[in-house]
Ligand binder design. Structure first.
Ligand SMILES: Nc1ncnc2c1ncn2[C@@H]1O[C@H](COP(=O)(O)OP(=O)(O)O)[C@@H](O)[C@H]1O
Ligand SMILES: [Mg+2]
Length: 345
């Protein structure tokens, strides 16, 4: 299915209400702020990010490279290392603020309650340890079991991700695997302890297009089948259209638009989202590339961070940060222009 037909299909999908009326909220991130203190200056990587994930929901985080997607999820998972530091905000998961947990408490949660699928499977796998040992280590940290039991569970987990010869994979090393196979192994590890929540950071980067689709279908299947929730980071709105229920659009470390996939992809309010949508390849239409680059996060611009690339920028955009505006369906955007073209100040 093309990205365009996915968007068309998403029009017919019922919009989910955006208010948590029934205690279904699994993750609620509020005001998340992360900085890197580098020799070149303070990198304002994540700037007051608000987002949430409800139970049994797949939420996409989308934006160009360098917009703060990975730092956002690494902050939530307690994986930001010096010179990086989370300097503000909360990230409540099942009511517990992850940002207040210590290392050991967070490690217990990661893996057991939250499965993480990183961008590069080969950095997630240990190159000098046989795969079965790596499964054993995950189990030992959370759910100690006999060697035979570990092997049985690892075989079952590998079979669930479509690996036909799990025994051979378990006895081998990461470098013997193709990129697609290695990512399947990482997915099996992420799902091993049956987490309720999965975070995947561009899980198909570097894989060829057919394998990308297979891996995304696989992850979605494992999430939906078990009623799990997922935060899926991608730079590709086509992936959002096909795989997500809601979407958070990030620019320069801020959420600049958010809403149901149906609303955001059929009626984008922010000029950045509109530009991303125009850049999706469509049959019979020339690509409209997004020109320019996101701003320097060390020398963070005043006002709206998108203004230098925005075709509609006008006077207030240079000095006043747009506050979030919410429309009836719950879709939210940060822009001084209103839908009808009226100035929002
Ligand atoms: N270890 C680091 N040291 C300094 N800056 C970093 C570090 N990691 C990320 N950044 C900066 O944070 C910003 C956001 O990066 P990132 O979250 O990786 O973007 P994305 O995942 O959206 O491509 C970028 O400007 C990047 O250069
Ligand atoms: Mg990234």
């Amino acid at each position: 299915m093309s990205a365009l037909s996915a968007i068309r299909r998403s029009r017919n999908r019922p919009a989910r209400p955006d208010t948590d009326t029934s205690g279904h909220r699994l993750l609620e991130v509020s005001g998340l702020t992360t900085r890197f203190d580098t020799p070149d200056g303070l990198v304002q990587a994540v700037n007051g990010v608000d987002l949430h994930v409800d139970r049994a929901e797949i939420v996409g985080v989308v934006g160009e490279s360098g917009c703060g997607k990975s730092v956002t999820i690494r902050s939530i998972l307690g994986l930001v290392r010096p010179p990086g530091r989370v300097v503000g905000g909360t990230a409540h998961f099942n009511g517990v603020d992850l940002l207040t947990l210590r290392g050991a408490e967070l490690r217990r949660l990661r893996g057991k309650d939250i499965g993480f699928i990183a961008q590069n499977p080969f950095s997630a796998l240990n190159p000098v340890m046989r795969i079965h040992r790596q499964f054993r280590n995950i189990m030992a940290a959370h759910d100690p079991a006999s060697a035979g039991e570990v092997r049985d569970r690892a075989r079952a987990a590998l079979a669930d991700v479509g690996i036909a010869g799990p025994g051979r994979v378990l006895d081998g090393y990461a470098h013997q695997l193709s990129g697609g196979m290695a990512q399947r192994v990482v997915i099996a590890m992420a799902m091993l302890l049956n987490p309720a929540f999965v975070i995947a950071d561009e899980p198909t980067t570097g894989l060829d297009l057919t394998v990308q689709r297979q891996i995304l279908d696989l992850i979605r299947g494992l999430v939906r089948e078990h009623g799990r929730s997922m935060l899926l980071v991608t730079h590709d709105l086509g992936v959002v259209a096909q795989y997500c229920d809601r979407v958070v659009v990030m620019y320069a470390g801020k959420v600049i638009e958010h809403g149901s996939v149906r609303d955001v992809l059929t009626a984008p309010r922010h000029p950045y989202t509109q530009a991303l949508i125009r850049a999706i390849p469509r049959p019979g239409r020339p690509l409209v590339h997004l020109t320019g680059r996101p701003p320097d996060l060390v020398d963070y611009p005043d006002g709206c961070p998108f203004r230098a690339r925005c075709p509609h920028a006008f006077e207030p955009c240079g000095h006043t940060v747009p506050e979030p505006v919410t429309v009836a369906s719950g879709q939210t955007y940060r822009c001084h222009l209103r839908e009808d073209g009226e100035v929002g100040l």
